[in-house]
Every structure is written in C-alpha cells, then in structure tokens.
Design a protein around this ligand. Structure first.
Ligand code: ADP
Ligand code: MG
Ligand code: MG
Length: 877
C-alpha cells in the first residue's frame, strides 16, 4: 500500500505529532474532543521531507491526495473551493513537531481573487470585510510565498490611511480597501513581472510549497540550532476552513493561556482584539484588550471559552496556549498547545499540577526544560542599588529577570557588540524573526510596541531572556539609533537596565546579585534528586566557586584545574622559576616554594566541599603559557629573576611549539619532570590529612592524570604520585585513602581503555579535548568555520557544546565497555563542557556513567537533566 500523505483533522489525534506536526495533531485532537474547530486537513511532515528529496517538487500523487481531501472538506462546510459566488476560503498554516513560533508564516483567506471577492461581498453583504480579507491575502501570499518585502505593502496601507484620516486599519472604508487592493496588485505586478495569481489551485499549491521551503530558511535553521531541533524532521502543512474575526464588532480574534506564562499563577490569561484577523493581536497593530474584558462584552462566549480552556488543560494535563476567533458571535478554536512559559512559571505549574493531583512527581519532572533553569541561576538586581535608581520608563513585564548593558538598535549591531564581549540590550520598535540572533546575544530586550504575546515577549520567554515590551513612553528612532525617555536622549552604546519582572527601565547600569534556589524551585529539585541515579559534580578551582556549586547542589568536585591556581601574581614568580630551572635541583627548590601554596589551595577547596569528594587534575597546559612572549616583558622578567635577557629569551623560544595543544602538555610534562607531579601529589595528600585533623572532614582525594594515551605513561606518573603520597603520609604519621585515575581524552586512551582500566581507579572523560582530537579541529579556531557548517546544514549544533554522540560518544561508550569487565569497580564520569548540556547528560546516564561534572551555574541543569534521563528510562521500560 502506498503511503498516506494527507489526513483530515477527523482522522488524526494528539499522538500523531511526528507525522502531523504539533498544530495538526492538536487540531485533530480538539476535533475528536468535539470542540468547535473549523475543519480541514494536514499534509504530513513526510510530504515535506519527500518534497526536498524530490528536488523541491510536490509529487503528483500528493497533489491528488490534497485535492481529494479538499473535496471532503468542501462537503463538510457546504462550500466549494474556487467558487466565485460563495467561495470557500482556507488558511495555510505550517506546523512542525516542536513548535517554532514565528518561524514559518501563515497565509489567510486563500481562495480569493478579483471575481470571488465580489461574490464574498455579496454573499456576506459586507463589502468592507471582503476587501479587507483580500488585501490581507495579497499581502501574506506576496510576503510568504513570493518573498516580496512586507514593508512595501505596509507603506501603501499607511499612505491610504493617512490620506483618508484613518487612525487604525478598522477606520478604513470598503472604498479605501478597494484602493489598497488595486495598489497591492500593482506592486505585485511590478515586483514579480506578472499578475497576482487568480487560480485558487495555483494559490494553494504555491503556498504549500512555500511552507515546505521555509523549513530550510536561515531563520528556521538558526532557531533549530538554538533549540536542538533536528533538520530532518520537516514541517507539516495545515489547510483549514477560514473563520472570520474581521466581520465587524461582533467578531474578533485572540490568544490565551490557562495559567499566567510569566508567574505560573492559575488564572486565565490572554488578550484579544475585536474586528481583527490572524496575528493582528501578536503584531501589536492596535492595543489588545485583556481576556477578562470579554466577560463584560460577550459573557456567553467568555463562559464557553473558560469551559473549553479548562477541558483542554485537564485533557493535556498541562498549561495550554490557545488561539481562538469569534465570527459574528460564534467561538472557534484554532490552536492549542502546551504553552511556553518562563522558568519560574514552569516550576510553579509543575509543582501545582502535582499538588492538584493531575501529574505524578516523575511526570512533573519532564515539564521543565533543564536549560530554562538557567534564567533562575543568573543575577537579579541588588535591592540596594535598585532602590537608589529611578526608572525612566515603564513597559510590560514580558519576561522576568534583570539585565544591564549597552543599547543597540539592530540585531546585527547587537551581535557585533556581543562578539566584542559587551553586555547588550537590544532596543527595537518591535521584533521580528529576523532579530532572533540579536535577541539571543542580548542580556535583555526592550521594545516600543506590542503586547504580552508579541513576538519579542514570546521569544524572550522561550530563551529565558529578560524582556520589557510595549514601552510606548519611549520615542525610539531605530534609524538614527537613539531613544528619548523623559526628555533625555539615550544613544547607541549608552548603559541602561531592564527589570523584566516589573517592566521598569532604568537609565543606568544597576548592580546585580547572585540567585538562590528556594520555594518551588527547591521543592522541584528535591524531586529531581530523589529520582536521578547519575551523580552531579562540579568543575571548580576556587573555594568561592566550590561553595557556589554546593549551594546549587553539587555532590563533589569532579575537576579541579590546578593551572588556574598558578597564574596568581603572588605565585607566578615561583612557577616561572620552576620552568626556567636548568637542573632538577633548581627545579625542586622552586617547587618547594610552591608546595605550601598549593597545599593551601587544596585545603580551601576541601573545606568548602565539607567532606565531599574532590578530584584534582595534575598540571595540564604547556609551560610556555606561564612565560611572557614580548621582548619588553622578557627583559623585565630577566631583571626580576637575575637572569641574562638572551638566556631567558632562549628558554622562552625553546618552549615555543607549532601546535601547543598537541605538544608538551598533560602527563607528558610529568613524564619529563616527575618532580612536578610529586609536589602536587604531596600537596593534595598533606592538605587532606590536615583538613581531617583540623575540621574532621574525611576526604578521599582523587588524583587525576591528564592526557594519557598509553597505559605506560599512566603507570609511570602513578608511580611518582604513589611515592610522594607515601612520603607525605610517613611525614605526617597518618595513613589516608586516596585514588589515582586518569582523564580519557586522547582517542587512543579510549581505544586501549581495557589496558588503562587495569591500572586506573577512575576515568574522567575530558570531552573537550576528545572532541577536538576526534574531529581533528582546534577548539580555538573552529569558531571561524563552524558558522559555515551550520548554514550549509553540515552540522546542526556545536560539537563542543553538545556531545557528538555518533562519533565522540561512540569512543566514550567503547571505553566504558572495555573498562568495566577488567575493573568492575572503576568510577566513570565526564568533566567536559558537555557535563552541563542536557542531551549529553542523558547520554551519560544511558551509557552507565556514575557522574557528570560541570560548571557551578549548570549544576541544577545537570541535576534535572539526569532526573529526566532516569524518568524516560523508566517510562521506556
Ligand atoms: P503561528 O504558528 O505563527 O501561530 P498560525 O498557523 O497559528 O501561525 O496562524 C496564525 C493566526 O492566524 C492564528 O492564530 C489565527 O488567528 C489565524 N488563523 C489561522 N488559520 C485560521 C483560520 N482557518 N481561520 C481564522 N483564522 C485563522
Ligand atoms: Mg506567525
Ligand atoms: Mg498559532
């Protein structure tokens, strides 16, 4: 049997979202629930994939299926598509599996042409409505399908409005709108070289193709990369009978959430506009009314809507985001989906739904995106600094959080400034999908127009970015790059601050302070901890970071990088002395100076960790990183060290390498200079003994050898460590347990993991170096060409941020499988950047690692990701 590419809404259901996309599956589900949904059909995601496989063509069998479905829908609505007297109009709506708001555009009122518009006017006895619908259709079709710049149409509309003294689009008369239509068609002809297509079938097929094409537009590709959506999913297309919110004052359109998407509060939340269509609400062309207002104006509709909202939330057992239209006093549902929400709202809703008995704790754990927690792990304004500041304006509190930075008025300039390390506030009249990268780099977003469901607000909440929207008190001039607030001018580059929770804008940079885990957040994280089996450690080199990580729930230090301790002004002289030493004796003398300093560092860490395990990695970077390279600096250092300039310069040059990342570093340093490893091991052991004596913490230090590729390297360094540890314990007259293990980061180490596992007590996968060495490209240079890889769809994500499970992950998995049989007790973990990336954490859980280690601020994210991995595992069983 051949594949079915088109489904009527009545043939689908919510479980078919892979095939029908989220919108299509939910339209089908609402149809099954008996809700008032205008009928239609869905062209599947497989048809989209097929379209691209077939060289951007729709196969004739798919076309036939579309027409057949159209005939069935015609029977349901009792009108004919292409009829000139009583035309059946449809919308064409894209809908991917995961919602991609604003990424792919919708076409409304399709099926109209020069003759049918007259039929519609007569049939409805509403000429104004007919021409309003036609002008909208021409503009949307031209924009979405033909890619004619939308603003050219806006300019015509504005001109007609101005000429006729119309304030809003609703003030335009039928005659005015006829003029708009005529001028739109002229513009179309000028741009395209031919007339606006009059055949509804052509209009339909061209629109379907445009939706398929839009799956691969640059905006969609960027959005997918930022949101981990695979490129091969494709989008479905929904063709749906039109209902009209623009038929007059008894008609309208709106959006609503079953709970407040900013705070999570349980109350219907939304906005609507009367005599409007489609995305008028979202686009901010007029100021919408709050949904509660509908209770006064159309109480019956309001009650019906409240009932439906409750029914949908109960059915989906999650907060719903719904779109509706009222046509001449009759309510229609056009969309429902699990609503996007801020991290704070997500936590409250998850905890509330458990308390309301609607979800189990395990199910609730899946309702919060781990990455979202990031928004709660970042600073809020320091209350004292905030008190001293006076707001210069107030907008809508569209996405909570605090942000301070320099203002930029275009997405491109924001991106540039971000690259220069500046903190950026993106200021726009309103945002559009083109601005997405600028919004991503920004600390906060400020817009002059648009409501709580405007593009800026929705996207910012999704990203966890602070956003103040619709700040109409500001006069924003995007072209000349300034805004005016309370009579004062703020230019590009000036500092401002935004409070996304109150909507206040401040004309200065306000100090911020670190976040805390409390309330719903704490409750939720307790559930996560009770569920997960994967341990979460942190990467920390200072007591301050370590203490922060403990506050965020870290169970130990998985990676302490000792080199960071050496750069401090007070210690670098001794480090340099060690490096330039000519003999072992000189080197040991310098190392003896470093010993007490290192010991102090480790004691500080052990104390901050209060007895939790601490893994310390031996010195890793090439030694030349600690020396100056400019002649002037070498001169100064030579003087300081009592050396001859030429001699020191010679040493510096002798340490220079063509490819330092593949050079004399990691365990290779300890092979050449075992005394360095000895000093570090002694400091680690002595610190543990002293902290035990002073504070009573039982510490089992773990000493980690970096960059091993051959078991003999490891054995050699381990011997030096054991010798130093023994000496330290003899000196102190105390025996303690300690472990020696290795990083697995050189591909050869993974390939020979069975040999290494016989000797090592733990493996820590260093997936940063391992990614670098497996792909064969340097982490410091890859940024230059990875952008091309994304835009050409060769890579979908940054392999340094999200573990490449196919390649690098295969090596990790192989090492695990080689190691376990020879050393069943071996402790396995990961300490690269990937340790805080949710999908990578899930991978680590699935291949049976014991822990992940990540930076302190990502610890809660990893805890939740680990819990979700466990819940998914249980559900799959
Ligand atoms: P998006 O994914 O960007 O939200 P939609 O496909 O939901 O795009 O369409 C946007 C809006 O267009 C809807 O919220 C609704 O107001 C309007 N719309 C879409 N289809 C119809 C229809 N058949 N009848 C009336 N309005 C429609
Ligand atoms: Mg849209
Ligand atoms: Mg929608």
């Amino acid at each position: 049997m051949s594949k079915k590419y088109v489904y009527l809404f009545s043939e689908g259901n919510a479980n078919m979202r892979e095939l029908l996309g989220g919108k299509g599956a939910n339209l089908a589900e609402m149809t099954n629930l008996g809700l008032p949904v205008p009928q239609g059909f869905t062209v599947t995601t497989e048809a989209c994939t097929r379209y691209h496989e077939d060289g951007q063509k729709i196969a004739s069998e798919i076309v036939d299926e579309i027409y057949a479905a159209m005939e069935k829908v015609e029977k349901i609505v009792g009108k004919k598509f292409g009829d000139l007297e009583n035309p059946f109009l449809v919308s064409v709506r894209s809908g991917a599996r995961a919602s991609m708001p604003g990424m792919m555009d919708t076409i409304l009122n399709l099926g109209l042409n020069d003759v049918a518009v007259k039929g519609l006017a007569k049939q409805t006895n509403n000429e104004r409505f007919a021409y309003d619908s036609y002008r909208r259709f021409i503009q949307m079709f031209s924009d979405v399908v033909m890619e004619i710049d939308k603003t050219k149409f806006d300019a015509i509309l504005d001109d007609v409005k101005e000429k006729n003294g119309a304030k809003a689009d609703t003030d335009l008369t039928a005659e005015n709108l006829k003029e708009v239509v005529e001028r739109y068609k002229e513009l179309y002809k000028k741009e395209m070289g031919n007339d606006f297509p009059q055949d509804p079938k052509v209009q339909l097929l061209e629109s379907v193709k445009a939706v398929f094409r839009s799956w691969n537009n640059p905006r969609a590709i960027v959005y997918r990369r930022l949101n981990d959506i695979p490129g091969d999913w494709g989008t479905a297309v929904n063709v749906q009978a039109m209902v009209f919110g623009n038929m007059g004052d008894d008609s309208g359109t709106g959006v609503a959430f079953t709970r407040d998407p900013s705070t999570g509060e349980k109350k219907l939340y939304g906005e609507y506009l009367m005599n409007a269509q489609g995305e008028d609400v979202v686009a901010g062309i007029r100021t919408p009314e709050p949904i509660s207002h509908l209770q006064n104006t159309l109480p019956e509709i309001y009650d019906q809507f409240v009932n439906i909202a409750q029914k949908l939330e109960d059915h989906y057992r999650d907060m719903q985001d719904m779109e509706f239209t009222i046509e001449k006093g009759k309510l229609y549902m056009l969309q429902t989906r699990n609503g996007k929400r801020t991290a704070k709202a997500a936590l409250k809703i998850a905890v509330d739904l458990v308390n309301e008995g609607k979800l189990t704790k395990e199910e609730a754990l899946l309702k919060v995106e781990p990455k979202q927690l990031d928004a709660l792990l970042h600073p809020a304004f320091d209350p004292k600094a905030l008190k001293a500041a006076d707001p210069i304006a107030k907008g809508l509190p569209a996405s909570p959080g605090a942000a301070a930075g320099q203002i930029y008025f275009t997405a491109e300039e924001a991106v540039e400034a971000g690259k220069n390390g500046q903190k950026v506030i993106l200021v726009r009249l309103e945002t559009s999908p083109e601005d997405i990268e600028g919004m991503h780099v920004a600390e906060g977003i400020l817009t002059g127009r648009g409501g709580m469901t405007s593009h800026a607000a929705v996207v910012a909440r999704g990203m966890g970015r602070c956003c103040v929207a619709g700040c109409s008190e500001l006069t924003i001039n995007e072209t000349e790059k300034y805004f005016i607030a309370k009579g004062k001018k703020y230019n590009e580059g000036d500092f401002i601050s935004l409070d996304g929770s109150t909507g206040y804008v401040y004309g200065e940079s306000i100090a911020t302070q670190p976040p805390a885990v409390s309330g719903d957040f704490a409750t939720f994280m307790e559930w996560a901890d009770a569920t997960r089996t994967l341990k979460v450690m942190t990467n920390a080199d200072t007591p301050k970071d370590a203490a922060q990580a403990v506050k965020f729930g870290a169970e130990g230090i998985g990676l302490c990088r000792t080199e960071h301790m050496f750069f401090d002004e007070t210690r670098i002289p001794a480090v340099r002395e060690m490096i330039v030493a000519r003999t072992e004796e000189q080197r040991r003398k310098a190392l003896a100076k470093l010993l007490p300093i290192q010991k102090g560092d480790f004691k500080g860490l052990y104390e901050a960790m209060e007895g939790r395990p601490v893994t310390v990695r031996l010195l890793d970077p090439p030694l030349h990183e600690f020396l100056p390279h400019e002649d002037d600096d070498i001169q100064d250092l030579a003087k300081e060290m009592g050396l001859d300039f030429e001699e020191l310069k010679g040493i510096v040059q002798s340490l220079q390498e063509f490819n330092p990342m593949l050079g004399h570093r990691g365990c290779r340093l300890a092979v050449t200079y075992p005394e360095i490893a000895e000093m570090q091991a002694r400091a680690i052991i002595e610190a543990a003994i002293e902290v035990k004596q002073e504070k009573g913490y039982d510490i089992v230090p773990e000493i980690m050898v970096p960059l091993v590729g051959e078991v003999k390297e490891f054995s050699y360094v381990k011997e030096a460590i054991d010798k130093a540890a023994k000496a330290a314990m003899e000196d102190k007259g105390v025996d303690i347990d300690y472990k020696v293990g290795t990083m697995i980061e050189v591909p050869r180490a993974a390939l020979t993991a069975d040999e290494i596992a016989k000797e090592a007590e733990f493996f820590s996968f260093g997936t940063n170096d391992m990614t670098q060495m497996t792909f064969g490209f340097s982490r410091d240079d890859a940024g230059k060409f990875l952008e091309d890889y994304y835009s050409k769809s060769i890579f979908e994500s940054d392999p340094f941020a999200k573990l490449d499970q196919k390649g690098v992950g295969k090596l990790v998995n192989m090492a695990v499988e080689l190691a376990k049989p020879v050393n069943p007790e071996i402790k396995l973990g990961i300490c690269g950047e990937h340790g805080g990336d949710p999908s990578s954490v899930e991978f680590c859980h699935n291949i049976g690692l014991n822990y992940v280690s990540c930076s302190p601020y990502r610890v809660p994210i990893a805890r939740l990701a680990a819990a979700q991995a466990r819940v998914k595992e249980i559900l799959n069983k």
